[in-house]
Design a protein around this ligand. Sequence first.
Ligand code: NI
Length: 166
Amino acid sequence: MFKYYPVKVNKNINTFARIEIIDTYNFIRMNKTAIVRCEHFNSAHRLHNTNWSDEKNLAIFGKCNNPNYHGHNYELEVKVIGDCNPETGYVIDTKILSSLIKDKVLNRFDHKNLNLDTDEFETLNPTAENIAMVIYNLLKPELEESMELRIKLYETPRNFVEYPYI
Ligand code: NI
């Protein structure tokens, strides 16, 4: 059943097949539980594409292209989806999840300049989209393979991204 997941329907899949896949997807979800851990970090960044002129960077990224960087208070929601262990009653122990996020994400990015202080964003533009993807890739290998992971990252109270979006 897992091979049908994630649901990605392209133009070549007919309507019948599409319905079947979505039903399978919903069936899988009925047996899972999601647990969410909320964390917080502060980072500085600059959005900049080195392939573009300064004018184009300013036109596209505006204030976020400020050469001397600027900061955000990032709010992070890490959602782990899995089976509830019958012995513990946990999907994952929140103490374990919390220290995992601390080790892999917060220690790396909190109070750092993402462009200058991290390997991950040395060449990758540190947009909220890319930060969420990087966080996913840092955490996913640390979880049991059967667990699914979703990252929600607020860059401002009004702007957030979700990765992966399924
Ligand atoms: Ni910014």
